[in-house]
Every structure is written in C-alpha cells, then in structure tokens.
Design a binder for this molecule. Structure first.
Ligand SMILES: C[S@@+](CC[C@H](N)C(=O)[O-])C[C@H]1O[C@@H](n2cnc3c(N)ncnc32)[C@H](O)[C@@H]1O
Length: 240
C-alpha cells in the first residue's frame, strides 16, 4: 500500500514514524511518500495561498499549485482523497474498503481550504474524520494512514484486526492482563480457566453487553433485549 500525502507541512508526519506504523514503513509493508505542495509554487517567495474572492476571513490555497503537485504524483491506479470536514464521516467499513486500494493520494487542506475548481477536477472522494473543524488535513491524513495500514497484510497479526470494536458490528469485549488482582479487583475467573470455548462464549456475551452500555444506538431491539437478559443473568450469578 502506497500513501502519497500532498501537504504544506510534511514535517508533521514525523508523528507517525513510530511504533506499529513506523515499523510497517521500515519493513516496506506500507510506503508513505510526503510531497510538499509549496515546492510547486512558481512564486519567488513560494507563496501558495491568496485572499478569497468575494472577501471573507483567511486565505485559500491556490488551485494551480495544488494541480501541479497532483500531476507530479498521479498515476492510473491512484485514488485521491481530500480530507475535509464536508466529506463523509470515516468509519471502520470505509477503512476496510480503502485498504483494498493500492495507491492513495491524501490531499491536506489548510487555512480556509483549497480553491473549489481544482477540487472539482482531481478529488475522487472527500472524507471527514468528524463533525468538528481542525486547522489542517494533516491529522486526518494520519488517522487514515494509521487506520488503513492496520488492514495491510503483515502490519498486524490477523486476529488483532478481526476481534476489534466495529470489526464485527459490536464493541470489543473488555481486556485484562497481569496482575491477577489490581486494587482489590480480580480478573474474571473464566479468563484463567484455560477453556477456550468458554472464554470465546464469554467474550461474545461481553461484547454485546459492552455495546449495550456504551453504544446502544448501534443495536436493534432484539440485541438490546438480549443484552439486558445477559446483564440480569450475570447479576444473579454475582458477576456484573
Ligand atoms: C480550517 S479547515 C477549513 C474549513 C472550511 N473553511 C470549512 O468551513 O469547511 C482547513 C483544512 O483542514 C482540514 N480539516 C479540518 N477539519 C477536518 C475534518 N473534520 N476532517 C477532515 N479534514 C478536516 C481540511 O483539509 C481543510 O481544508
């Protein structure tokens, strides 16, 4: 998977050059190619933005500079995603879908955004990482790189991706590690049993309970009833 990022602030991407994504990059499971949009300015001072036509606050990034940057990296396989608060909200399904691409170009806006004419010409998809405004598209681009890379073969072990929240509709079951007792609270007995079938069943139940408690909006009526029943059953057993 190759990510090409068109940005005015490539140095911000040092942040993802660590841990799992940094390792994936070093091991050539993914490639992150940073392209500074400013390098494509013909202006002797390397200006890339100007005031908005019609007036208003802030600066808008010029279409010609973005277009040249795009042309320098575009190929037949690439898909251009503009990170934008106006885009479709990112979710796990979208992440999974994008992980099937081979070559993703991520266009990061800044200031008041980018001239609409070049967006109309080059953007395949607009993606938002939430209904709030950030100062630039760099953090959203990193969110995309991180979340998509986790699905790229060899970046994580497959099991980690399968069991997680949103991968199977429900949120993930609670996780525990050593010590066995922490501040007087014991790890659920079943996890120490070594019985994989029972552990698996328990985790499935806990997944539903967790989703009911934290995101009931993603459950249907039947699932809500099932979660309530499980909670009652566990209360009777003195477990919840
Ligand atoms: C200050 S924002 C521009 C907002 C724009 N004036 C508007 O009201 O829609 C600057 C850049 O940050 C990025 N950005 C801001 N919020 C975002 C979000 N929630 N998701 C994705 N990108 C975002 C976009 O690339 C945008 O061009």
């Amino acid at each position: 998977m190759k990510f090409t990022v068109l940005t005015l602030f490539p140095e911000m991407f040092e942040t993802i050059n660590h841990s799992i994504i940094g390792r994936a990059s070093k091991n050539k499971k993914i490639e992150i190619n940073l392209v500074n949009i400013r390098d494509f300015s013909d202006d002797k001072h390397k200006h890339v933005d100007d005031t908005p036509y019609g007036g208003g606050a802030g600066m808008v990034i010029r279409p010609d500079v973005v277009y040249k940057a795009y042309k320098s990296v575009k190929n037949k396989e690439s898909k251009l995603i503009y990170l934008s608060p106006k885009g479709r909200n990112l979710n796990q399904e979208k992440v999974k879908e994008l992980s099937k691409e081979k070559n993703i170009i991520l266009l990061c806006g800044h200031y008041e955004g980018i001239d609409q004419r070049v967006l109309d010409e080059i953007v395949d998809e607009e993606i938002s990482i939430g209904e709030y405004i950030l100062t630039g598209g760099e953090l959203p681009a990193m969110v995309l790189i991180d979340s998509i890379s986790r699905y790229v073969e060899g970046v994580l072990n497959e099991e980690s991706v399968q069991d997680e929240s949103f991968s199977n509709k429900y949120l993930e079951y609670p996780q525990y590690t050593r010590p066995e007792t922490f501040n007087g609270k014991k790890v659920p007995e079943i996890l120490l049993s070594g019985n994989h079938k029972k552990i698996d069943d328990w985790r499935k139940e806990q997944s539903l309970i967790e989703t009911y408690k934290k995101r009931p909006d993603i459950l249907n009526k039947e699932e809500i009833e099932m979660a309530k029943e499980l909670i009652n059953k566990n209360i009777m057993k003195g477990e919840n």
